[in-house]
Design a protein around this ligand. Structure first.
Ligand code: HEC
Length: 162
């Protein structure tokens, strides 16, 4: 949970809608390759840093206590707007776990999909705690999320990250 300055590059590509949907381009519908239909070219390391960790930090920034020159204070959300932000970050992370399962990204090993599922379920538990405004549960599910991330790093990263 170190402090990081994160640069996010979001590229949204909107394609123009054709009003005529009756004649889709033939070449696309005849393709059976699924790999080409997803954007998976961002390296995993970058994906982890800029997307996965970025989303998780959106949860963790609301967790725990800090001590600084102004004394000790809690980081937990204190009003509806802040709880909503925490919930949104957790739901974003839960959705984003899907990208780790895309063809071209997924590792063909049951430990990989199990770890992804663990992160997703942890993120959903965090989101529920935020929705319920349950600070204790929010704290515990938040550290459960950290454990879930580690479960993959321990198996697949030689020098575990974070
Ligand atoms: C399914 C496996 C998997 C899951 C789940 C996973 N990671 Fe990773 N993560 C990796 C792998 C593999 C790497 C090493 C990537 C590399 O260096 O090429 C990595 C690397 C990282 C890094 C280091 C990136 C860098 O700049 O070196 C961070 C930070 C990270 N993960 C954060 C997280 C967080 C936070 C979560 C949970 C919310 C998480 N990861 C969940 C597989 C996973």
């Amino acid at each position: 949970m170190g402090k990081k300055s994160v640069t996010i590059l979001v590229i949204l590509m909107a394609s123009a809608c054709s009003p005529q949907v009756s004649s889709p381009p033939k070449d696309r519908s005849s393709s059976t390759s699924s790999d080409n239909e997803y954007y998976t070219s961002l390296p995993l390391k970058e994906l982890m840093h800029h997307v996965i960790d970025y989303s998780a930090e959106g949860v963790w920034k609301w967790e725990g206590w800090v001590s600084d020159k102004n004394g000790q204070r809690a980081l937990f959300p204190t009003n509806d707007e802040e709880w909503e932000q925490a919930e949104s970050a957790a739901l974003t992370l839960a959705e984003v776990t899907n990208v780790l399962l895309l063809p071209g990204r997924r590792v063909d090993d049951p430990r990989w999909s199990a770890a992804v599922e663990k992160v997703r379920n942890s993120a959903l538990a965090v989101a529920k705690a935020a929705e319920d405004r349950d600070q204790d549960r929010f704290f515990h599910t938040g550290s459960g999320l950290d454990d879930a991330c580690e479960s993959c790093h321990l198996a697949f990263v030689s020098s575990p990250a974070s």
